[in-house]
Design a protein around this ligand. Structure first.
Ligand code: NAD
Length: 494
């Protein structure tokens, strides 16, 4: 079924508005949203200003104090209704994701399942332990360390999973007793605006969830530095993370950063080769290569290198690129012209430095006259580890394949970039698998499998991939702070 995502009564309505506390707000000045499959502007959204930030945060801090006094069970029941509303609007939400972001409808439906997954995990926290009892130094005393909400959270999110990452931040923030203001990417603001409506329809109290749209560098920075914000959570590039961290340092508030990645896939001679090819392929081309955990570079041991390359290139030739609303499409377009250009420059530089283009390299053959930001799945060989294509995040459907000889060499290469988010290893030897798990400097290691990561895990980058982390008990804790309570209860004599 195709939805008119701007129909009367739809989540977005005819004119998408910002959610500022209890209000839906339009502005005279608007910014455009393009459909990556056609390059056409299909929506306009408000451009938020500092006054909107003040209004959203003022209402958030009042609403948060009331919300924090409600029990965990009570907050969970509110989130359970959000899940029901997401379910009721699942296809509409998926179509919004496709329209603004360009992933395939099949992938977008998976993303909406992810929205529910993050809510489900947060709901499960209604039974969490919320404190510890430390042994006091004297009798008739009690020493309790308990968790409390941080207050008002600012969430700054990217364009690659505009719905799932909204939920990844909002669900734990609310469950822990906070209010939250979300600033989506200017490229994909609609999913956040639609989800804000879902939260409203589910009966989440006014003021707890606001969404402000507008330019990242100015609006995002103003949000981070606002006195009423007591924590910032970010998913985005390392560049943005560094700027936001510097802004937050002025106020000494906690920051959680999920940043860039350059995930290696390492295939040893003894690997199940077909499994490794399948997974390396899926992990490179899902969401048009725009996933922080994506296979950004594959190292293959010399004994199976030729066979791996032949099988991988064959799979690549048969990948169906096209209209993401078509159920049979396997890969949609890049999200924007700017991102298309970035990827193209990476490939051209690699070829100029001596890499061999095995397939792809730019617009897919036969699509030269199609509007939209199409990029062919691309494979590069004759690549050396020091090339930019191996060291820098590409975030597009381009795979450099590098041959290696020894275990020590490949571990050194895998660890050689500034990133440390995700690594994948393919081997049937338990000793190799366990040693690699020890030696890889990454926050997440996958052995003979790929993602997506799971809600009960901990998605946290090492090195310049991040600080803090999302998901599971460790991610949830980011939305809390500790209070220690010392009590004396000795009865007075007489
Ligand atoms: P981006 O850094 O350009 O933007 C992310 C968000 O930050 C946007 O909302 C943007 O408006 C905002 N922003 C940018 N500069 C800012 C500043 N100085 N102050 C405040 N806000 C600012 O990233 P993107 O292009 O939207 O997303 C792609 C990047 O996100 C990739 O590097 C990818 O690896 C990363 N990513 C990481 C994860 C993860 O979990 N580690 C997940 C998804 C994406």
């Amino acid at each position: 079924m195709t939805y008119d995502i701007f129909a009367t009564g739809s989540l977005l309505g005819a004119h998408p508005a910002m959610r500022i506390g209890a209000d839906w707000v339009y502005t005279d000045s608007t910014s455009t949203v393009e459909n990556p499959s056609t390059g056409e502007v299909f929506a306009r959204v408000p451009v938020g200003e500092n006054g909107h930030i003040d209004a959203a945060l003022g209402q958030a801090s009042v609403a948060q104090r009331v919300w924090a006094k409600r029990s965990y069970a009570d907050r969970a029941s509110v989130l359970e209704e959000v899940v029901r509303q997401v379910d009721a609007h699942a296809e509409e939400l998926a179509q919004i994701v496709v329209a603004e972001q360009g992933k395939t409808i099949v992938e977008a439906r998976g993303e909406i399942e992810g929205v529910k997954g993050f809510l489900g995990y947060a709901i499960s926290q209604k039974y969490r332990n919320i404190g510890e009892l430390a042994a006091p130094s004297n009798r008739d005393q009690q020493l309790v360390i308990r968790e409390e909400p941080v207050g008002v959270v600012a969430a700054i999110i990217p364009w690659n999973f505009p719905a799932a990452i909204f939920s990844r931040k909002v669900a734990p923030a609310l469950m822990a007793g906070n209010a939250i203001i979300v600033k989506p990417s200017g490229v994909t603001p609609l999913s956040s605006l639609a989800l804000a409506r879902v939260f409203e329809r589910a009966g989440v109290p006014d003021g707890l969830v606001s969404v402000i749209t507008g330019p990242g560098r100015t609006l995002g920075a103003a949000l981070v530095e606002h006195p009423l914000v007591s924590m910032v959570t970010v998913t985005g590039s390392t560049r943005a993370g560094q700027e936001i961290l510097a802004g937050a340092a002025k106020k000494v508030i906690p920051v959680s950063l999920e940043l860039g990645g350059k995930a290696p896939v390492i295939v040893f001679d003894d690997a199940d080769l077909d499994l490794a090819v399948d997974h390396a392929f899926e992990a490179r081309f899902m969401n048009c290569g725009q996933v922080c955990t994506c296979n950004e570079r594959t190292y293959v041991q010399r004994g199976v290198y030729d066979e791996f390359v032949a099988k991988f290139v064959e799979r690549t030739r048969n990948l169906v690129v096209g209209d993401p609303t078509d159920e049979g499409t396997q890969m949609g377009p890049k999200v924007s012209q700017e991102e298309w250009q970035k990827v193209k420059e990476h490939v051209d530089r690699a070829v100029a430095s001596g890499a061999t283009l095995e397939f792809g390299g730019g617009t897919p053959a036969g699509m030269e006259d199609s509007p939209g930001y199409w990029f062919a799945p691309t494979v590069l060989t004759n690549v050396t580890n020091d090339m930019d294509i191996v060291q820098q995040e590409v975030f597009g459907p381009v795979l450099p394949i590098i041959v290696f000889d020894e275990y020590e060499q490949v571990i050194e290469w895998a660890n050689s970039t500034v990133y440390g988010l995700t690594a994948h290893v393919y081997t049937t030897d338990i000793r190799t698998a366990m040693s690699a798990t020890d030696d890889l400097e990454f926050g997440e290691v996958y052995i003979n499998r790929i993602g997506p990561e799971e809600v009960q895990g901990f998605h946290a980058g090492w090195k310049m991939s991040g600080l803090g982390g999302d998901d599971g008990i460790h991610g949830f804790e980011r939305y809390t702070r500790r209070k220690t309570i010392y009590t004396e209860y000795a009865r007075r004599a007489g």
